[in-house]
Design a protein. Structure first.
Length: 151
């Protein structure tokens, strides 16, 4: 079965520098970021069905300055089956709030010709998850979480 649903998750930047800024921001990509090129869809996308998604692009760029390291990540993928809908219905980005901040640029779901903007500050939740707490390890990491609608 061919799924007509496309899921595009496009771009966020992780700034590795200490700051007292909010935990995340929504903004335009920096001028140094180069656009990535997407791959062509394979003739038989069904062989990707066990994974639930086909990745057209994973674009990662890093810029180092004297006092900061900037990391940009852009992902474009197509949901190929119901398993993919379940697995791809949320975006989660972990970060250390003492030394990192997140700037989200674009999160869109494309269904047919309809483009649905999913990036809205009222939909983003910042959670503190201590995954190693049972071992008495506290790392302070947080996760920015966004549940996508109409995937």
């Amino acid at each position: 079965m061919r799924w007509p649903k496309f899921l595009f998750i496009i771009g966020w930047a992780l700034v590795l520098e200490a700051s007292a800024t909010p935990e995340y921001a929504i903004g335009e990509p920096a001028a140094w970021i180069q656009p990535g090129k997407t791959s062509k869809e394979p003739k038989d996308i069904s062989k990707y069905s066990p994974y639930g998604a086909y990745y057209y692009l994973v674009n990662r760029q890093i810029k180092k300055e004297a006092d900061a390291v900037y990391s940009y990540i852009q992902v474009i993928k197509k949901v190929t089956n119901q398993k993919g809908v379940t697995q791809q219905a949320s975006v989660e980005i972990s970060f250390d709030p003492l030394s990192e901040s997140i700037t989200l640029h674009t999160i869109k779901v494309i269904r047919g010709k309809q483009v649905i903007n999913q990036l809205s500050s009222d939909k983003i939740k910042v959670l503190q998850r201590e995954q190693e707490l049972e071992s008495n390890i506290y790392n302070g990491y947080k996760s920015g979480l966004l549940h996508l609608k109409r995937v």
